[in-house]
Structure formats: C-alpha cells, structure tokens
Design a protein around this ligand. Structure first.
Ligand SMILES: [Zn+2]
Length: 141
C-alpha cells in the first residue's frame, strides 16, 4: 500500500474500519470483516489477528446507474452518474464489496488489480461516514 501520513481522525475510526482480519486457527482461512464464528468452517471461535494488505483483484463488478442505489451511495450517484461497485478478492482470501473510485466505469475489468483505501463515503446530518473504496493499482501511489 502507498505510504500516507496517518491523519488525526484515524484513531477515532471504529475498529471495524481497520484492515484487520482473523485467521482461523482451525481451517487457516482469513475472515474479514471479523466474525464471531469462522464463516468458512463454521466450527472455530479461535483466531489470530492478521493485518490485511488491502491489495486484491476484481472478482466481479456491477455498474450502478440512475435510480435504485442503496442510500449510502445515493449522494455519489447524484454527483457522478454511473459508478462501479465490485467484489474484490483480497490477497489473503476474503472477498470484500465496495465502490471502485478514481476510475472511468468503462475501464473496470475482471481481475483488475486494486488496492483498498479508507475514504469518505457520504455524510449525513453532518456526520461523515467512512468506508472502504478500491483504487486501481496503477493509480495508487
Ligand atoms: Zn475456519
């Protein structure tokens, strides 16, 4: 991942937004976001914390256009028209859903390498919500 200085707000971001998964001690699969029970073997409650690289590739994607967007994407839709939402398979194995940012929707391809960044997703009543977005690897610094 690109080196960025850690902003002040980082420490206040809820833990669920950190790129930390859990490696299952039983089946070795990485769960992300962290769960109470391993979703792969469904039988283990014991995990080791694992820092995720945030790198992965586009497993599948859809282009979301006018109308029908879930509320957390509505502001984006108004601002920028059509945009891509992808399921990205991380290097460590977990699949994560999120918007692909900084890209022309027409340029999104299957297996495209991306990295994950924490970005402002939308604001509501003055509260800024953060979430993961994927950035094409060639654009990440
Ligand atoms: Zn497991």
């Amino acid at each position: 991942m690109a080196h960025v200085s850690v902003p002040m707000y980082w420490r206040t971001i809820p833990q669920r937004y950190r790129m930390v998964g859990q490696r299952c001690r039983k089946c070795d699969a990485v769960n992300f976001p962290p769960k109470g029970v391993c979703k792969y073997c469904n039988a283990s409650f014991e995990f080791d914390e694992v820092k995720l690289s945030g790198k992965g590739k586009v497993h599948t994607f859809v282009l979301i256009g006018a109308g029908g967007a879930p509320p957390e994407f509505a502001e984006q839709e108004k601002a920028g028209g059509m945009y891509p939402v992808a399921i990205v398979e991380l290097e460590e194995g977990p699949k994560v859903i999120g918007q692909i940012a900084d890209v022309n929707p027409k340029d999104v391809k299957m297996d495209m390498p991306v990295s994950t960044e924490l970005r402002k997703v939308y604001s509501e009543e003055g509260v800024i919500r953060y979430g993961f977005k994927f950035i094409p690897e060639e654009l990440s610094r």
